[in-house]
Design a protein around this ligand. Structure first.
Ligand code: MN
Length: 420
């Protein structure tokens, strides 16, 4: 698990911070009237990485890398540069650093900062790689005998989503309109979604491009880091539209990510194995070693003006397929994978009722509404509900966290004239 690396930034040494020196999570921030710029979270502070580069304290390449408000240019430099970046940041921020007085003017309080998308999303693919989730959903829709589709144990199933719909934590999410058809109705109606839901996921960020196929080990080397991800889902729109080509508008409203990218290197001490295979995988998908991470995850729901209730607790290690397997599978077709591609893991549900990563599962399709701390019940999301995803890998006396991945549901817009 490793040990806490001590920093001269006092708040980074607290056992409850998401951002000890071991983490060095990457974001984009502004304070007051400043333009958004690249920053690194350290305890309750942010160190202005762009400012460090301007001052010559951080040299990543012959020309500036961090003079833009996104981290894609560091990704493009490749794994050796990623390691050099972390080594230099560690040296600058470690207890006893000789450069502390030169770094100190570049520190800002997180409490004073606005946070932005930490990277430019090239493209977005979402997977369906949680076995408990796939079994739960399949049981509801097809019965327990046919819960898993026949291909599920062989293929990391996914669909191509929309990069344009990925937003950073804090962005309000407007309830979508769509085609809905009740099971007993003959024809669909066009109405605001009535079964709006979340999906608790992790997002993997591709940091190197591919040309042709890659092995699972090569795919793992291409991954730059991870974020928390909420794949907002309109279940009633999905139920009517999904056959035969899969989700489309049900998944296109918004996908929220946490504002901090946790680099893969920070998660290395928490690497663990995916669950035992229920069916042998084809050679190109076999893992050469542990490829998933032990990261505790939770979802909290707060109604408008009400208290938060944690509605689910689970762990990333529940995933049947790792991001590296998903990326290797994605590239088999010759599909070029690019710097800044985002891969959603699929909903992360555990084996127990309180570890389910969506309201669809928690309320069992609306049949068993859950009760919140204030006594209200929920089958699906109501207007004004605020959802917060949190996650952390937990070591001895420290944690590697992601900050909050939050979003509030806003009432559907009035039907515009063009849709009447
Ligand atoms: Mn999803």
């Amino acid at each position: 698990m490793g040990e806490l690396r001590k920093s001269w930034v006092e708040s980074a040494n607290r056992a409850d911070t998401d951002f000890p020196l071991n983490n060095l999570a990457l974001g984009v921030f502004s304070v007051g009237e400043t333009e958004p710029r690249c920053g690194v979270a350290i305890g309750s502070m942010i160190v202005d990485a762009c400012g460090l580069e301007e001052d010559g304290l951080l040299v990543l390449a012959e020309t500036p890398v961090l003079d833009v408000p996104f981290w894609n240019e560091l990704m493009e430099l490749g794994p050796e540069a990623w390691a050099a970046f972390r080594a230099r940041m560690t040296a600058l921020l470690a207890e006893g650093s000789e450069d502390r007085n030169r770094v100190r003017p570049h520190l800002y309080r997180q409490a004073d900062a606005a946070l932005y998308m930490p990277f430019l999303v090239s493209e977005y693919t979402d997977f369906y790689a949680g076995k408990h989730h796939a079994e739960n959903v399949g049981t509801m829709f097809r019965g327990p005998e046919n819960a898993l589709p026949p291909n599920w144990l062989s293929i990391p199933i996914g669909y191509n989503g929309r990069a344009s719909s990925v937003v950073v934590s804090g962005t309000p999410v407007t309830r979508p309109w769509g085609q809905l058809k009740a099971p007993d109705a003959e024809l669909p109606e066009f109405a605001p979604c009535r079964r709006f839901d979340l999906e608790l996921e992790m997002g993997a960020i591709v940091g190197q491009p591919s040309e042709g196929m890659v092995s699972v080990a090569q795919a793992d080397d291409m991954i730059f880091g991870y974020v928390l991800l909420n794949d907002w889902s309109a279940r009633d729109i999905q139920a009517w539209e999904y056959q035969p080509l899969g989700p489309f508008q049900a998944k296109a409203t918004a996908t929220t990510i946490s504002p901090w990218i946790v680099m893969k290197a920070a998660l290395e001490p928490f690497r663990t194995s995916t669950p035992a295979r229920a069916r042998p995988l084809l050679p190109y998908l076999r893992e050469p070693g542990p490829m998933i991470y032990d990261i505790d995850l939770e979802v909290a729901l707060a109604p408008e003006g009400g208290a938060q209730t944690v509605i689910a607790r689970t762990n990333y290690r529940e995933m049947y397929y790792s991001a590296a397997q998903q990326l290797a599978h994605h590239a088999t077709s010759g599909c070029p994978m690019n710097v800044g591609d985002l891969l959603g893991s699929g909903t992360i549900s555990g084996p127990t009722k309180d570890s389910r990563g969506s309201l669809l599962e928690l309320s069992w399709g609306g049949k068993e509404p859950i009760t919140l701390a204030g006594g209200e019940t929920r089958s699906f999301l109501e207007d004004g509900d605020r959802l917060t995803l949190r996650g952390a890998a937990k070591g001895q006396g420290y944690r590697i966290g992601f900050g909050e991945c939050a979003g509030k549901v806003v009432a559907a817009m009035a039907l515009p004239d063009c849709a009447k």
